[in-house]
Structure formats: structure tokens, C-alpha cells
Write a protein that binds this ligand. Structure first.
Ligand code: MLT
Length: 213
């Protein structure tokens, strides 16, 4: 199914070819859309159902999942409201497509709304892969993340995101009780084959082969 705007977000849905795999919620980076992460997801989690919404905010014509006034200067009100809106979409889409709770696979702006959703509703996701996420403010108080598996992939010379922020995010999610794996790769903001290899391995060892309700 391609480009439907039903359920509140323009999105792309790919039904499972392998129903034993946990579905993935794909969350693109700034300037991406609902198609961006589909080939990557098909490579690292073949056969998984894919639910991929397009961010509703436009920045100079580029879709994003929430507003900001500059790099790292987020509109926190909008961030929170858009997180709730994405959570509502996920609830509707899970019913409409009859899919299990997904693991989020988010890149950059999409990774940021993914951790926000984890903190807002610890029951919304079965886990998360956060690629090039950032943490420009302290989101405490934290919920109980109850052992939720999270993989954080950062780039040591990311030109947009200070790598220390990914480290603080990893520590914070760990403090909230998540089962965090934190990897720093010798790369920049863009994804590399090493990211995809680590994400594929993590997905197969953290439930991508066994759906969680
Ligand atoms: C964001 O605004 O979410 C981050 O700066 C990542 C980005 O989209 O560049």
C-alpha cells in the first residue's frame, strides 16, 4: 500500500511476508519521506511488516516529525504534541493492519521522535533502533521502560549531532530501565554499512524473529 493518508498520516505500509518477524515502525530523517527507510528495513529485517509514516511538519519544504527553529533548537511544545499524534496514528494503524507492537527504526529526526514516543508511552513500542539521535534537553521525569530493548547507533564525527548527546541519551534510557546497547561508529551523520550490519544483528537477537504483543 503506498502513500495513503488514511489514519491521520500519509504513510506506506508493507504487509509481512514473514509473520514471525516483529513489525517495524520506520521514522525518516529531515527531508525524507515514507519511502526512505523501506529498502534499508527490507535489507536488515527481511519479511517484516513495515509501517512508515511521513512527518507532518515542513521545514523549507522538507518533511520532519516536529518543528524546530534551528539545529538542536526544538519547539518542545510541538515535539510533545507531535509525539502524541504519532502515538495515536500507531494505535489506529495497528488495528487497521492487524499488526503486533512494532520496533521503531528511526534515523536522525525520526530517531528523536522515536525516543520521545518511548518516554511518552512505554507500552507503544516493542523496542527501538535509534540511529544518530540527539538529546538537546533533559526529558526527566522518566517512565519505567521495563527492560525495553534499545539500540543507539552514533557517529564519532557526526557533523550535526555532538556524539556526547547520544551517550547521555543511552545513559538516560538505561536509568529508565531500558536494555540499552550503545555503539559509536567511526562515521559522520550519514548511515554506513556498519550501521546496517549492527542493526540487522541486533534486530535478529532482540525480538525481530519473535513478535511481542
Ligand atoms: C532534529 O531536529 O531532529 C535533529 O536536529 C536531527 C535533524 O533532523 O537534523
Amino acid at each position: 500500500m503506498n502513500g495513503t493518508s488514511d489514519l491521520g498520516f500519509i504513510h506506506h505500509f508493507v504487509p509481512a511476508a514473514d509473520s514471525a518477524r516483529t513489525p517495524l515502525l520506520l521514522l525518516h530523517g529531515t527531508g525524507g519521506d515514507e519511502n526512505d527507510l523501506v529498502p534499508i528495513a527490507q535489507r536488515i529485517a527481511p519479511g517484516a511488516a513495515l509501517l512508515s509514516p511521513r512527518g507532518k511538519t515542513l521545514e523549507n519544504g522538507m518533511p520532519r516529525f516536529f518543528r524546530r527553529s534551528g539545529e538542536g533548537t526544538w519547539d518542545v511544545e510541538d515535539f510533545k504534541a507531535r509525539t502524541a499524534e504519532l502515538g495515536d496514528f500507531l494505535t489506529r494503524a495497528r488495528t487497521a493492519y492487524a499488526i503486533e507492537k512494532p520496533i521503531a527504526l528511526g534515523y536522525s529526526n525520526g530517531a528523536n521522535i522515536a525516543w520521545s514516543l518511548l518516554l511518552k508511552d512505554p507500552d507503544a513500542l516493542a523496542g527501538a533502533v535509534l540511529m544518530r539521535a540527539m538529546l538537546p534537553f533533559d526529558p526527566r521525569p522518566l517512565p519505567d521502560l521495563k527492560g525495553l530493548p534499545v539500540l543507539i547507533l552514533a557517529g564519532s564525527h557526526d557533523e550535526l549531532i555532538p556524539v556526547q548527546q547520544a551517550g547521555v541519551l543511552a545513559a538516560l534510557l538505561g536509568e529508565a530501565g531500558a536494555d540499552v546497547t550503545y555503539e559509536v561508529l567511526p562515521s559522520g551523520h550519514g548511515l554506513t554499512t556498519e550501521d546496517l550490519k549492527l542493526a540487522a544483528e541486533w534486530l535478529s537477537s532482540h525480538g525481530a524473529g519473535s513478535p511481542r504483543g
